[in-house]
Structures are given as C-alpha cells and as structure tokens.
Design a protein around this ligand. Structure first.
Ligand SMILES: [Zn+2]
Length: 137
C-alpha cells in the first residue's frame, strides 16, 4: 500500500494550491470559521455554504513529538518533528517543522511559524512549517 498522498475530488483544490505553494482550505460562509481537513459540510455548524480560500500561512506550534523512526517512503530521516500546528485562521493540523534543530531546545510551544512546501520522495509537495525569519536560531 502506498503512503503517497493523492487528490480526491473533495481535496483537489487543496492539492492544486499546494503545488503552487499556497495554503488553500475551506471557510464556512455561515459561521465564518475555517476548517481542515476538507469536507463538503462545515464541522462547526453543518452548513454546506462553504468556499475555498487562501490562508495566510502564519501559524504557531501547538504541540509536537520528535520521532526517532525513519520514514523511508518519504526519505525522511530522524529525528523529525510530528507537530500539531495552529493556523492563524483557527484550524489545527498535523505537519512537521523544518529548517530548525529537531529538539526541545529549538521547538518551543507557541513559536511563530510560516507555511512552506517540500517534496519528500516522489509524492506531491507537502505542507510543512518553518520558524519565521525573526525566530530562527
Ligand atoms: Zn459553519
């Protein structure tokens, strides 16, 4: 079984934008909340009045673990972080923090991050986050 992500009809706008280094997720026009992962119904109020919007890419580190297991399918060598990222617009999602030491000395809860896209192996560009320029060590 391949672990390479691929687009489904309901996730195609996300992957099309990711190929252009844009974070595109859904917002409900009734309650105004953004949400992720993609779904045809708002998880906050069950409205179907939802649209795709570009997000700012600004986020903070909500939580993380540092894994010691390699992920050969994506050419990821440990240690690397598996992080819950809080987007400025509200949703939280799983990703990784790149371009910084993978240790508790560098990865600080609530540290400001910005979206970046990386290729791992042969799959599509994946959403990652890196410290903001003023927060790099
Ligand atoms: Zn809603």
């Amino acid at each position: 079984m391949s672990l390479t992500p691929f687009a489904l009809p309901e996730t195609k706008p996300y992957w099309d934008a990711a190929a252009q280094d844009r974070l595109h997720i859904q917002r409900c026009h009734d309650c105004r909340k953004c949400y992720f992962p993609p779904a045809p119904v708002c998880p906050h109020c069950t409205s179907r009045n939802v649209v795709w919007e570009d997000m700012s890419g600004r986020a903070t580190l909500y939580s993380y673990v540092i894994t010691a297991s390699p992920w050969p399918q994506w050419d990821m060598k440990p240690p690397f972080s598996v992080a819950t990222i809080a987007l400025e617009e509200g949703p939280r999602l799983l990703s990784t923090v790149v371009d910084c030491e993978q240790s508790p000395f560098a990865l600080k809860i609530d540290m400001p991050l910005v979206a970046t896209w990386r290729k791992f192996g042969d799959g599509p560009k994946l959403l990652c986050f890196r410290p903001t320029a003023e927060n790099r060590q």
